[in-house]
Design a protein around this ligand. Structure first.
Ligand SMILES: Cc1ncc(COP(=O)(O)O)c(C=O)c1O
Length: 384
């Protein structure tokens, strides 16, 4: 047996490794408080679950559900983008439902990266941006995000020889892991830049409806002309507490959507119909519960921000997302510190380097656990 070099050169997915490590600690009897993954711990509203159940009871919803998503889900996506962002989308050519947005993030690389091509990826950033490029036989080039620059990439700093080989540019705001938002002015600059350098912008927007302090996150498709150069990924995972259901969507440039669909039709066979029916209800239904849900996350965020200084760490207030991006105590390396804290306190925090080399010096703390447990994590850490 010979495993392909493309896999041998790929590091294991960091959260898969961590999941095993935490399971081992728990098996040893440690009461681990994991501030690791951004997996929403609250349930979707009953009407969404009812829609799943009702659809699953039907005898005709268990076969292959089609490659391009149901017309009803595509129409509901268009309705949501119209109401939420004022963005008009053609349900037939500009919308493609996905088996969770991560599936689309990886598959779009197969559609746009040939060996030798480069994906520009924000660093720190969601690992799939880099890994998708590697899986496709290409490379990724990091665009550093720093506090000084408001966690936005400096597009002017990308070397011209890199730009010549680049086909994709990844952007993600509200940003995982930093929690920063991107002003529309920056998105406009990015659209102009992509047009000038013949790039496809992949705008990853799963946290657009998980925001705090009244912040309303934009879609890149609000920028005039964005549809010429961009697709946007969105997801039910974080917005509707449906991470395990696996349903997301790609929207925007029709040629890019078609290329992604060509990859997908050769790899998967669509989304389970009852999940699509429930996802349709989620988009069409009353959205007012999201404000209450976000208030819960905001309180959790504030619990963490409150104890960070007591444990020698600090962070900017995140505008959105499910994380606090905290500076490690001075003089510490993030990975060694995270492992030391797991060992000494049973609290797991993700080292910033899991998101790329420019994550050094930071830890990402997820707020997907109840306030009491977040407070207990702070107490345990402050005892060290
Ligand atoms: C920035 C970002 N993009 C995409 C995803 C993938 O979301 P999903 O595949 O559940 O839609 C995540 C999940 O944590 C994320 O943080």
């Amino acid at each position: 047996m010979r495993i392909a070099s493309r896999i041998e050169n790929l590091p294991p997915y960091v959260f898969a490794t961590v999941e095993k490590r935490i399971a081992a600690e728990r098996a040893r009897g440690v009461d681990v408080i994991s501030l690791g993954m951004g997996s929403p711990d609250l349930a979707p509203p009953k009407e969404i679950i009812d829609a799943l159940y009702k659809s699953a009871l039907r005898p005709d919803t268990h076969g292959y559900a089609g490659y391009f998503g149901t017309p009803a889900l595509r129409k509901a996506t268009a309705g949501y983008y119209g109401r939420r962002f004022g963005v008009e989308l053609d349900p037939d050519t500009e919308i493609l439902p996905l088996i969770g947005s991560k599936e689309g993030l990886a598959n779009v690389a197969l559609a746009f990266i040939d060996p030798g091509d480069i994906a520009l990826a924000t660093d720190p950033g969601y690992p799939t941006y880099r890994m998708g490029a590697l899986l496709a036989g290409g490379e990724s080039f990091p665009m550093p995000l720093t506090r000084e620059k408001g966690w936005l990439p400096d597009l002017g700093a990308i070397p011209s020889d890199v730009l010549r080989r680049a086909t994709l540019m990844w952007l993600n705001y509200p940003n995982n892991p930093t929690g920063a938002g991107a002003p529309l002015g920056f998105l406009k600059q990015a659209v102009d830049f992509a047009a000038e350098h013949d790039l496809l912008i992949c705008y990853d927007n799963p946290y657009c409806d998980v925001t705090f302090d009244g912040y309303v996150a934009p879609s890149i498709l609000q920028v005039p002309g964005a549809k010429e150069v961009a697709i946007e990924f969105n997801s039910h995972s974080k917005t509707y507490n449906m991470a395990g259901w696996r349903v997301g969507v790609a929207v925007g440039n029709p040629a890019a959507i078609e290329a992604l669909a060509t990859v997908k039709t050769n790899i998967d066979s669509g989304i389970f119909r009852p999940i699509q029916d429930a996802a349709t209800v989620a988009y069409n239904g009353d959205q007012s519960w999201l404000a209450e849900r976000n208030a819960i996350y905001q309180r959790r965020r504030d619990v963490v921000l409150d104890w960070l200084p007591r444990v020698g760490m600090s962070a900017d207030k995140p505008l959105g997302g499910l994380y606090v991006w905290a500076r490690v105590p001075q003089g510490q390396q993030c990975e060694a510190y995270a492992l030391e804290m797991l060992e000494k306190t049973g609290v797991w925090m993700t080292p910033g380097t899991a998101f790329g080399q420019f994550g050094e010096g930071y830890l990402r703390l997820s707020i997907c656990i109840p306030e009491e447990r977040l407070a207990e994590a702070g107490e345990r850490l402050s005892r060290v």
